[in-house]
Design a protein around this ligand. Structure first.
Ligand SMILES: Cc1cc2nc3c(=O)[nH]c(=O)nc-3n(C[C@H](O)[C@H](O)[C@H](O)COP(=O)(O)O)c2cc1C
Length: 238
């Protein structure tokens, strides 16, 4: 991240009316970013030190964040051993541990890194209240694009929890396709880093507003008056 990037991201999200999803930060930084006023979801990593996960959840509750998330797709380094991220060791979370986490907090828990129907089933068993279909920006090389998995996961989850998609979502048309296929929302990562480099929070705001305008245009041209009325018939598989 560039110096000041996190603050620019938080300010830009607020100005564009977007949700700020953020992770891997000390409590003070999370508090400062939440202070900019965008609804915020903190994505907590699968720290080997499980107490750290619970401490971060307590802090998110105190701040009144919208939800907390746990990413399940970053426990391993490139050689399959436990990854060390910013000095902290990671360990894969078992379904039972996810269940305890979901039970322990009044905040909705969103599980990020779902890449199969089986993953989604386990997350629902654990009590997740939202899923992010993601391969975490190619952490898992050769994974299918998350959007390609969306239809089968929509079918399996049957609207029980909101589904979000990321990885290579760049435009309003990408968002349109995901929403038509049944996602509740999309997340954008790397393109916003470029936007920050160009014009800090204004870059983030302008990028998001442009994508939103593209989405609105596609909805208007396909007769989708609300997100709820969107369905797969407005797109075509080629
Ligand atoms: C600078 C940066 C930091 C990220 N940090 C996290 C993180 O702490 N936790 C997480 O689950 N994903 C993290 N991600 C991954 C994104 O959430 C997202 O899954 C990924 O970037 C794929 O989407 P994209 O193609 O829009 O970049 C990060 C991505 C970027 C670019």
């Amino acid at each position: 991240m560039y110096p000041g990037a996190a603050d620019a991201l938080a300010r830009g999200a607020k100005e564009a009316g977007a949700i700020l999803w953020y992770g891997m930060a000390e409590e003070a930084e999370i508090g400062r970013l939440a202070g900019y006023g965008a609804p915020m979801i903190e994505i907590i990593k699968p720290y080997t030190d499980r107490e750290m996960i619970y401490r971060k959840i307590r802090h998110a509750e105190e701040l009144g964040l919208l939800a907390v998330g746990i990413d399940i797709d970053h426990p391993f380094a490139d050689d399959g051993s436990p990854d060390i991220v910013s000095g902290h060791e990671m360990t894969a979370l078992k379904t039972a541990e996810l269940r305890e986490i979901c039970r322990d907090t009044r905040l909705p828990v969103i599980i990020k890194g779902v890449l199969s129907v089986r993953d989604a089933e386990r997350c629902l068993e654990a009590g997740a209240q939202g899923l992010v279909l993601s391969h975490h920006n190619n952490r898992i090389e050769y994974a299918l694009p998350p959007m390609a998995l969306l239809p089968e996961i929509v079918e399996m989850t049957g609207g029980k929890v909101p589904l979000f998609v990321d990885c290579e979502i760049k435009t309003g048309m990408d968002a349109f396709k995901a929403l038509a296929l049944g996602a509740k929302g999309v997340c954008i990562g790397r393109p916003l880093m470029t936007a920050i480099k160009q014009d800090l929070e204004h870059g983030v705001r302008d990028y998001l507003l442009k994508a939103t305008a593209e989405l609105k245009k596609a909805m208007a041209f396909t007769g989708c008056t609300t997100l709820e009325t969107m369905d797969p018939t407005v797109i075509h598989r080629i």
